[in-house]
Design a protein around this ligand. Structure first.
Ligand code: BG6
Length: 478
């Protein structure tokens, strides 16, 4: 095995585990008005916070009040890094203030200090679905060029404050989710945007995407001035798209669909719009506000590495006749997607495909020649807390083992440069797509259910010991 100084870790996102949604001067974010859903039942986005509705992210697993104990567990697990995010609304509660909220900044000082004291490096996403609600309601989120400046101010504030504590940053989490304009939660959580009737969602998307890519590039430029040693990456959700068959029509359908996956990283990495996108803008007659000055900024603000999540692969067919159920929310859903007959799926319908991770690592590395960072991978499943307080989560161990092995093969055989691997939801958190607690990813169990009942106590699952060994042996135990 040839890996050295590898960042084995766990991944989380502020809104899914912190709780304390209105503590320490924090303002509401777009996620704070999202109710709980279920598999096949969409989460609702309410206009404001309605007293008779349950918002699972408000309390989440209350890391806000338990961070010291939780970090102790992460240290016992042996994590080398923890990937998490900064809730924008702790720092700028409404988003358009000129001065940050000191109490919010102090909270992350405390968290980062505690991590570092425990030998865990913080890896930070600036915006993981946490755009301030005020920016979404008053400005239309990233439809508005002003939001670029608000984000830049937020980014600069974080870079300045934590420049000696954080080296690895990412700008926007899974920025490409919103390519799926059929599912309102992606536009909303990525960009604080809701599509109005009569609008062409794709035209809105590309305008929003441009402002967000610009905001990311501006953040990179500003970050490098503040600390030239920063490593600032993008973060994409990568669900590779296979052709259903060797029929050239299927092959081409998959190739074209992959543009949806590559559009954002193409700009983040290369600093200019890919030709297929320019042709689409022209063909569709989209009127986009993209200035020459913006294009120069995109060119200058390219990323140092590619952070990405990998959970599954998907398959497309050139001709699909079945009617698709858009309620069946899966990241990266496509209208011409069909089941892959060779692989099984999780209880939430997410296909399980470890080879797809090796394939992804190869494709991304060949295309971009930049270091890659697997910042999310994991298995969402129902876990049972037994009478003896044990949790036997063998399917999770199998999922993680198979994916980590695929990654190690990509490193050892294919020569892919990988910075680290952070298992998603290292401690159980609120699911993003469904808002459930019962869709658990953690190696640490949290006693809390979908309705918000439970003691909030933490218990180690079987996977805890297993992952601890993987980290300790640098992957040799597999
Ligand atoms: C990614 C997100 O989409 O996948 C996370 O970055 C999310 O926020 C994770 O939680 C798993 O998705 P879900 O819906 O199972 O929680």
């Amino acid at each position: 095995m040839t890996i050295k100084n590898f960042l084995w870790g766990g991944a989380l996102a502020a809104h899914q585990f912190e709780g304390g949604w209105n503590k320490g001067g924090k303002g509401p974010s777009v996620v704070d008005v999202m109710t709980a859903g279920a598999h096949g039942v969409a989460r609702q986005i309410t206009q404001d916070i309605e007293p008779d509705k349950f918002y699972p992210n408000h309390t989440a697993i209350d890391f806000y009040h338990n961070y010291k104990e939780d970090i102790k567990l992460f240290a016992e697990l042996g994590l080398k890094c923890l990937r998490t995010s900064i809730a924008w609304t702790r720092i700028f509660p409404k988003g358009d203030e000129l001065e940050p909220n000191e109490e919010g900044l102090k909270f992350y000082d405390n968290v980062f200090d505690e991590l570092i004291a425990n030998g865990i490096e913080p890896v930070i996403t600036l915006s993981h679905f946490e755009i301030p609600l005020h920016l979404a309601r008053e400005y239309g989120g990233f439809r508005n060029r002003k939001t670029v400046d608000f984000f830049e101010r937020f980014a600069k504030t974080c870079f300045e404050r934590y420049k000696h504590k954080v080296k690895y940053w990412m700008t926007f989490n899974e920025i490409n989710n919103q390519m799926d304009t059929n599912n309102p939660i992606f536009f909303w959580t990525n960009s604080g945007v809701q599509v109005k009737s009569g609008e062409n969602p794709k035209e809105v998307l590309y305008q929003v995407a441009h402002y967000e890519l610009l905001a990311s590039a501006k953040a990179v430029i500003a970050g490098k001035k503040i600390n030239p040693d920063f490593q600032i990456g993008c973060m994409i959700s990568h669900v590779p798209i296979y052709p259903y068959s060797c029929n050239p029509d299927d092959m081409m359908a998959a190739e074209i669909a992959m543009h949806q996956r590559f559009f954002f990283p193409d700009v983040h990495v290369r600093g200019y719009y890919p030709s297929y996108a320019l042709k689409e803008f022209e063909r569709e007659g989209y009127k986009l506000d993209i200035t020459q000055e913006d294009l120069a900024i995109l060119k200058q603000g390219t990323v140092d590495y590619i952070g990405f999540s990998y959970y599954m692969s998907t398959v497309v067919k050139a001709e699909v006749n079945e009617k698709h159920d858009l309620e069946n929310i899966v990241n990266g859903a496509l209208p011409n997607a069909v089941d892959n007959p060779y692989i099984k799926s999780s209880d939430w319908g997410w296909p399980i495909d470890p080879e797809g991770l090796r394939y992804t690592l190869n494709r991304l590395y060949e295309r971009y020649q930049l270091p890659l960072f697997i910042v999310e991978n994991g298995f969402g499943a129902i876990d049972q807390l037994e009478h003896d307080l044990q949790i036997h989560d063998q399917p999770r161990i199998e999922y993680l083992a198979a994916h980590i092995k695929a990654m190690l093969t990509a490193i050892d055989y294919d020569g892919v440069d990988i910075i680290g691997y952070t298992a998603w939801g290292i401690i159980d958190v609120v699911s993003f797509t469904t808002g459930e607690m019962k869709k658990r990813y953690g190696v640490i169990y949290v006693d809390r259910d979908n309705e918000g009942n439970g003691t909030m106590k933490r218990y180690k699952k079987d996977s805890f010991k297993w992952y601890q060994e993987v980290i300790k042996s640098n992957g040799e135990s597999l």
